[in-house]
Write a new protein. Structure first.
Lengths: 136, 136
DNA sequence: TTAAAGTCTATAGTAACTATAGAGTCAATA
DNA sequence: TATTGACTCTATAGTTACTATAGACTTTAA
């Protein structure tokens, strides 16, 4: 059995993050030491690494909680897992599209001012203002 | 002079958002009615639309505050504005790269399970676990 | 005059942590 | 054995940009 600091080292998560996951019901220490320190075993390490891998895929804690539940209900259908991943992919793709558009706009903005003028003549601010008066 | 509800309509921001911007020192009503209602003029409308446009470019409230300050300091240099936009572009591009990688990983994961099996044999969960035991 | 709609302030909630305070525990050294 | 330093505990507040509520007050129109 290991204490939270060692679990943090092994997993690469911070101590606070592990405690946060416990609060969010993703991971719990089944045992405590005499002095009330959390004690973890090998299964906990695996569970935390699973969580960490899911987080690296930007799954939310709620989604991970769901996956962990499915994981331990052998009769449930893969479809639920598939659907979650599918929705997540769509979400990521929407965000990529948004950011790509944003990037274009920012680059157009950047082109509007390059020299060392005072703000009075700054093309960027002029552009930002122009957009304002247009939409007004 | 208009009240906050009308400013909200004109700008497309919610009433709470406008009050939030005031709290964040981006926009303030210089006048209040006898009954303590905020009163706005044309300059306030323009300022709010400027803020809204910047937000649509994902600039943070802190960045916008800085832009507004520069905006009203005619002696400051464009360089400050340029640098901020430059950094923002870099940040957006980093995030796009991250999400693109993420998307690839999620799609690989999706390919690992397609049929209606029970979770016991779910390829996605197997993949997620495999990653865990590899990194352990 | 009264009712509805609008506005006020203050506070809490959102997501996933991070950081702190103040107290208690553990392991090793003097 | 005492003490020091490192570790852990709980509880709470802060981060970002809002959104949503509660309870009270103001304005407007019928």
């Amino acid at each position: 059995m290991i204490k939270i600091g060692e679990l943090a080292k092994i997993s690469g998560c911070s101590v606070q993050t592990i405690r946060h996951y416990e609060k969010e019901q993703l991971l719990s220490a089944k045992l405590r030491s005499d002095g009330n320190f959390r004690l973890y075993d090998h299964a906990d390490i695996e569970r935390l690494l699973f969580i960490k891998h899911c987080r690296s895929l930007d799954l939310s804690l709620a989604e991970i909680r769901q996956l962990l539940t499915l994981h331990h209900s052998p009769m449930s259908q893969c479809d639920d897992v598939n659907q979650m991943i599918e929705q997540h992919i769509e979400q990521v793709e929407r965000r990529i599209a948004e950011l790509t558009l944003l990037n274009k706009q920012l680059k157009a903005l950047r082109r509007s001012c390059t020299s060392k003028r005072t703000v009075e003549h700054c093309g960027i601010l002029k552009q930002l203002n122009k957009a304002v008066s247009q939409s007004n």
